[in-house]
Design a protein around this ligand. Structure first.
Ligand code: ATP
Length: 578
């Protein structure tokens, strides 16, 4: 179509004729003339904001640029070699991030397909970004759909990106300098750009939701864990705190989504979310919709809040054992003070909580000269005598799993310790210290002070441990996807740190790239424990403290509902700390 024919068509549309254009294009042309007073004959150059304005726009859009980066990169890889340029604009239409072929950079800049160009409709007329901002729908503005003659060669396909509160925050645009004439040639671009926009919304919601439950939804079980269509972020009572645009379908009455209760839309409450975590087969995670139909659901548990409390970093090897967990901070502070004395220490804790590692760190902090670890199971008198004679004065003797010491060896050990007063004796046990079946004289020679390590499920620094272990066990720059991280944080870890290390080792081995995602994680070995039931007999107050007095979390941990927790709290006369 020639420039003159294009202008004549615009005149016909303004006169009320139907010319076969998409309705949103004709509406935009009318606004260009009637509202913005534009002249289709003018060929304005691209509208580029100044460098300092661009800096401000980018600064304000930093969070969105961060959330969108990996989606843009993978979209750009998908269209590599096809001369597409990708633009991320803010809600004002200014391009704040850009991917394009270096070969065509000058041409792209001239056409306005570059950082800093402003594509708002009132400035440049009908364009992909401009029309998307007005309609809040994905659009293709193809060649002479553009208003006037300035951008008539371009083909632009744009999709809106909404923030988690439902406001339009950005536009993702994929554009060509030159394209085939039929508009349908851009159908694939439309599908790519809408999927990428959905993933950006998902990444943004996940990044915001570390402290809350997230329910991810999909029509098909295959995509549920890897590429869900929608997600909602929920508070402890099951009200929507945030959502991706696709989740609006849960509340089809059109009223605001924020603050609505999830049980208004789906046949489930917040207490049912643990059943929708990844350790259940996807096909079983079906959710009935109140309006009819069903969806598949995947719940991601909140991460434990991080406490400001830190262990003093000057304390050397002990400081590397935890980061901000209050119980660990308390324990490590005591350990640092005791490390420099000769008091025998009994280190208690469930299997795999790091007792041996703590013993090593105490030994290193105390600066003792030699170190020998003995497993007590089946240890004979000869081994004990040998160990005690081999060690120099002032060395550390670690007796692992003292509960397994053969009864007949106990008197000899007592005598040997009496004869080697200079030895630093550390022991570990998986049993409760009070329940240890040791002769009293031996017990008092071993347990001058008792340090009890918390089980991993009670620790608030699991996220830090994940990163630390991952860093130590891979040479590459590997990381966890947000959903893999959330799934790991929600596990009950009956095998404690040993299990955590093994799960990461498996994930590292299975992961094909550098990002460990849900499919790379092994299913929890102990499904019974994975149901969230806590160790039997754990005092209610301890559970509440570990859960930050959050009723829903405590209920999940105990495997009961919240009203049961409330009833038990009342019966025990317990109240949250003021
Ligand atoms: N603070 C920590 N950070 C990272 N890894 C740790 C930490 N503490 C322990 N681990 C790792 O967890 C695993 C188990 O630790 P350790 O052997 O010290 O546990 P344990 O309580 O002595 O176990 P068990 O009672 O079963 O012998 C080890 O591989 C250790 O390296």
């Amino acid at each position: 179509m020639s420039d003159r024919q294009h202008v004549e068509e615009i005149e016909r549309v303004l006169g009320g004729s139907q010319t076969g254009r998409d309705g949103f294009v004709s509406a935009s042309w009318r606004r260009c003339v009637e509202v913005y007073g534009m002249d289709p004959m003018r060929r304005d150059p691209a509208h580029i904001v100044t460098q300092s304005e661009l800096r401000d726009h980018r600064k304000q859009a930093e969070w969105m640029i961060g959330a969108a980066r990996s989606s843009l990169q993978s979209l750009f890889r998908q269209v590599a070699g096809q001369n597409y340029a990708l633009l991320l604009t803010n809600a004002a239409g200014v391009c704040v991030d850009f991917f394009g072929d270096e070969l065509f950079l000058d041409e792209l800049k001239t056409a306005g397909l570059y950082l800093g160009s402003n594509w708002s409709e009132e400035l440049v007329g009908t364009s992909g970004v401009g029309a998307c901002l007005v309609t809040q729908e994905p659009v293709t503005v193809h060649q002479d759909d553009h208003f006037g003659n300035a951008h008539i060669a371009l083909s632009c396909t744009s999709a809106p990106i909404f923030d988690s509160l439902g406001a339009l925050a950005a536009v993702l645009d994929i554009s060509l300098l030159r394209s085939p004439t039929p508009k349908r040639s851009q159908n694939l671009a439309m599908s790519l750009v809408t999927n990428a926009a959905r993933r950006v919304e998902m990444a943004n919601l996940m990044a915001e939701s570390r402290r809350d439950w997230v329910l991810r939804l999909s029509d098909s079980p295959e995509f549920l864990d890897v590429d869900p269509e929608a997600a909602v972020r929920l508070d402890d009572s099951g009200r929507v705190l945030g959502y991706t645009h696709g989740a609006r379908r849960l509340f089809p009455d059109g009223s605001p989504v924020l603050g609505r209760r999830i049980d208004e839309a789906l046949g489930l409450t917040i207490d049912d979310l643990p059943d929708l975590m990844r350790d259940r087969p996807t096909e079983e995670r079906i959710l009935e919709m109140r309006e009819g139909g069903a969806l598949f659901g995947h719940a991601i548990a909140p991460q434990a809040p991080r406490k400001a409390l830190r262990f003093d970093r000057r304390a050397g090897p002990l400081a590397s054992l935890s980061d901000g967990d209050p119980a660990m901070t308390h324990l490590l502070t005591q350990a640092a003070k005791l490390a420099c004395t000769s008091v025998p220490l009994l280190i208690a804790g469930e299997s795999g909580t790091g007792k041996t590692k703590l013993a090593h760190a105490i030994h290193m902090t105390g600066g003792a000269s030699g170190f020998l670890a003995l497993d007590c199971a089946g240890v004979g008198g000869g081994d004990l005598r040998q160990a005690c004679s081999d060690l120099p004065g002032g060395a550390t003797l670690l007796l692992r799993r003292i509960e397994d010491l053969p009864a007949e060896t106990a008197p000899l050990l007592t005598a040997l310790l009496d004869g080697r007063a200079g030895l630093r004796v550390l022991s570990t046990t998986c049993a409760a210290p009070a329940a240890l079946d040791l002769p009293r004289p031996l017990f008092h020679r071993l347990a001058g002070a008792i340090l009890t390590l918390p089980p991993l499920r009670q620790r608030q620094d699991i996220g830090w441990l994940l990163d630390r272990i991952l860093r130590r066990r891979t040479s590459q720059d590997m990381r966890l996807s947000p959903s893999a991280r959330a799934a790991l944080l929600g596990r009950p870890w009956p095998g404690n740190l040993r299990e955590l290390e093994q799960v990461l080792d498996v994930a590292i081995a299975l992961c094909e790239g550098r990002v460990i995602d849900l499919p790379d994680l092994p299913v929890p070995v102990d499904r019974a424990a994975a149901s969230g039931a806590d160790a039997p007999g754990e005092p209610l107050e301890q559970v509440m403290e570990a859960c930050g007095w959050n009723m829903a979390r405590a209920a999940r941990r105990l495997g009961v509902n919240r009203s049961t927790v409330l009833r038990r709290l009342r019966a025990a006369g317990l109240q949250p700390p003021a």
